[in-house]
Design a protein around this ligand. Structure first.
Ligand SMILES: Nc1ncnc2c1ncn2[C@@H]1O[C@H](COP(=O)(O)OP(=O)(O)OP(=O)(O)O)[C@@H](O)[C@H]1O
Ligand SMILES: [Zn+2]
Length: 723
């Protein structure tokens, strides 16, 4: 047999895989994890390809094959595709895949305890173990934690015959979901005819097998979740694995409980807040093909599924699917790529689909499954605009008379109201009345936000915070710092004045607390213990409040400022979603949106309830301007510690751009955040015709510039943020 070379990709930022010799006694295959030397280190990487050893190149040997499941051919292809498309090195994508090295080994085995039922000497501590130590079987430390006793009590109880011991894996496998557990036939929600037809279409895609993309386009509250559960059930029935992607902040207990109600088990979770042990457990069970139902945030798309047959992207329009740091990618788009490579079904669900997905549905590239109504007699909320020119709030206030009146009406009838403002804290700006100074984040072009609940001034870009100063840091005048503009805390303060006696709570990421606290607040809202909920976008995702019948939007124009070509689309989407919280169960809802721009296309179409009008207008203007989905965009951010050198580097990069037809290069220019964490930033925007392979163009261009140490160049394909 001729000697072999293996190309090995390591989870590091290098442009390509390295060649190694395969020792004659070793056999390796693409996808296998292997240890090989890099410099003085032994590193774990993955074999991406094999070729015959020709010539006399001296190569280092692979040291060892890791005894674990190999990555599939489609996973390898997905890694390289992601890297190419997003202009990053494949090693960085592999690093996202290899999120838990320990998960590659079988789970450690340890003693687990279960009550024996036999008679033994009972003490108060032992009684606690029986009462509070479960669910069993469990490890001594878990039982002790839950029962509030020492682990010694548990072991002593086992010696006394009160508990039986068995050796089980530390990371328990996930329970298997039952596709029929909460189906209509078993007493679950009875789907309407429309929902049933939509569900059947999804089932049919799964049964047919292979690659498909369906856009599940249904108004808020139409029952999209119930419908895609039908697809999930079919995939599980056929033994496949299912991944449901949700926006990170929708990963609440409430939404996981819906999975449990329908499939009898909690899904395997995957998100950024998981601890190492949970991460290891999910990764291993996914890789082994044993976790059949995974619910996760965007990075779950890079888990090494063994037998993936369906990916659902819920709220597919949501901006949190875009990862903005490290490997910059859009999980919604990459989900479709993964589906096409691994030949499985993809479902994109939203009440406000992105224009990209809508155009794909209209041109027939995606199946278009439409749910135009809420089930039963439930109607969509009536949306009206409040022109702030006609109804200005009282001086220093932010809530106009029509919002006050509507809230009063709702409260009088015993229902609930929600006031929406996507701004955390008390005030977005702090100004000195004496000298005009604005409090700014150190080393970053971003204003500090006053948070009165905690008495701090915070930077929402970097997380910097300091106690709210008593005197102006510039002119030293005492008590001269004044809040400018509203945040949710300030709206709550004002609401307390307008609605004395009402039970008001704020719900934003600052006040949300841990998952248990979030769940408790949601419960209070559901059961009517809150009269007015004041919230940021945290309230928009995945919550259904049966008694919420009025939504007031404090600032409907908030998303329209700035240079984002999708500003109108985003505003439209957010406001539809926010308004869509009103009127569930059997109560109709209304929404009022305060605005200075009632004639803006997004707002006027919203008030007219005419989505089609908004979409046609928006698409026409995108087409005219050559913007997505009719053209392509890429952003480049160049950053570094010296402002002149950063500027020069950006200019040099522009001068190196390859000449090509159908490409326009704008910039470099200073973005709104010109300095971030001490680094100066310059932005270049590249606009290309739809026929151009923009990723390839950017890769070729990128290779022409050597970026000096301490400087950075990031390419962002199809940028969603323009700060
Ligand atoms: N056929 C039905 N009968 C009774 N209740 C239903 C039916 N379909 C859906 N529901 C209920 O209506 C509510 C909204 O459903 P669901 O969350 O699935 O809608 P959605 O389209 O995903 O909503 P959104 O876009 O607002 O997230 C849920 O509480 C759900 O249980
Ligand atoms: Zn001052």
């Amino acid at each position: 047999m001729p000697a072999q070379i293996a190309q090995i990709l390591f989870p590091v930022n290098v442009p390509e895989a390295f060649d190694y010799a395969v020792p004659p006694e070793m056999s390796v295959a693409p996808g296998q994890f292997v240890f090989a030397p890099i410099g003085k280190q032994m590193k774990l990487g993955v074999v991406t390809a094999l070729k015959t050893h020709a010539g006399d190149r001296v190569l280092k040997d692979i040291a060892q094959v890791k005894q674990t499941k190999a990555l599939s051919a489609s996973m390898l292809k997905f890694i390289s595709w992601t890297a190419d498309y997003n202009c990053v090195s494949p090693g960085l994508v592999l690093r996202m895949v290899m999120r838990s090295i320990k998960a590659m080994d079988p789970s450690e085995m340890v003693a687990h305890y279960t009550p024996s039922g036999a008679a033994f000497k009972l003490t108060p501590a032992r009684q606690l173990v029986l009462d509070k130590g479960g669910p069993f079987p469990a490890r001594a430390s878990e039982i002790a934690d839950r029962a509030g006793v020492s682990a010694g009590v548990v072991r002593g109880m086992a010696n006394a015959g009160g508990l039986v011991v068995e050796t089980l894996p530390v990371d328990a496998p996930f329970d298997t979901p039952d596709p029929d557990y909460g189906s209509a036939a078993n007493g679950g929600i009875a789907l309407t005819d429309e929902q049933m037809a939509a569900g059947e279409e999804l089932r049919a895609q799964i049964i047919r097998g292979g690659f498909s993309v369906s856009l599940l386009d249904g108004v808020t509250g139409a029952g999209k979740t119930e419908v895609y559960f039908e697809g999930v059930a079919e995939a599980i029935k056929r033994g496949g694995q299912v991944l449901v992607l949700v926006p990170e902040i929708a990963l609440t207990q409430a939404s996981l409980s819906r999975f449990k109600a329908r499939f009898g088990v909690e899904p395997a979770p995957w998100h950024s807040a998981l601890g190492d042990a949970q991460r290891r457990r999910t990764w291993r069970e996914v890789a082994q093909g044993r976790a059949k139902l995974v619910v996760g945030a965007r990075s779950a798309l890079y888990l090494p599924f063994d037998n993936l047959s369906l990916v659902v992207v819920d709220e597919e329009h949501d901006t949190s699917y875009k990862q903005e740091e490290g490997v910059i990618y859009n999980a919604r788009d990459m989900a479709v790529v993964r589906g096409s490579i691994a030949a499985h079904a993809v479902v994109l669900a939203s009440a406000t689909p992105s224009l990209e997905s809508l155009v794909n549905a209209r041109t027939g590239r995606y199946a278009h499954i439409v749910l135009p109504e809420r089930p039963g007699a439930v109607t969509l909320p009536d949306i009206d605009l409040v022109d702030l020119k006609d109804f200005p709030p009282e001086k220093g206030d932010f809530i106009s008379a029509p919002l006050i009146e509507a809230t009063n009406t709702v409260l009088a009838s015993g229902d609930q109201a929600m006031l929406y403002l996507n701004r955390r804290g008390y005030a977005p700006l702090i100004i000195c009345r004496a000298c005009g100074e604005r409090l700014k984040s150190p080393d970053t072009d971003s204003w500090l936000v006053e948070h009165r609940a905690t008495g701090r001034a915070r930077c929402h870009m970097t997380g910097f915070s300091m106690p709210m100063p008593k005197a102006c840091p510039d002119c030293k005048t005492d008590d001269s710092l004044t809040p400018v503009g509203p945040g949710v805390e300030r709206v709550a303060e004002e609401a307390a004045r307008h609605f004395p006696g009402a039970r008001i709570e704020i719900f934003s990421s600052d006040t949300a607390g841990n998952p248990a606290e979030i769940a408790a607040r949601m419960k209070r809202m559901e059961s009517g213990e809150i009269d007015i909920l004041i919230g940021t976008q945290m309230v928009v995702k995945g919550h259904n409040f049966p008694h919420l019948t009025f939504v007031g939007v404090v600032d409907g124009d908030l998303g329209l400022a700035g240079g984002d070509p999708r500003a109108g689309e985003r505003t439209y989407q957010t406001l539809v979603q926010v308004a869509g919280r009103a009127g569930r169960a059997d109560k109709p809802g209304t929404a009022l949106i305060q605005t200075h721009q009632p004639d803006h296309e997004a707002l006027s179409a919203l008030a007219a309830g005419d989505r089609e009008r908004f979409i046609s207008a928006e698409l026409a203007s995108r087409e005219m301007l050559g913007l997505p989905p009719y053209g392509k965009l890429a952003g480049v951010i160049i950053s570094g510690p010296d402002v002149k050198k950063t500027e020069a580097l950006a200019k040099k990069f522009v001068s190196l751009a390859p000449r090509a037809d159908g490409i326009d290069i704008l910039g470099p220019s200073e973005p709104p955040i010109g300095r971030l964490r001490g680094l100066y930033r310059r932005r270049i925007l590249v606009q290309a015709e739809a026929s151009v392979n923009l990723s390839k163009y950017m890769r070729v261009w990128r290779k022409k510039l050597r970026v000096p140490a301490k400087y950075k160049l990031h390419i962002d394909i199809d940028p969603q943020g323009f700060m």
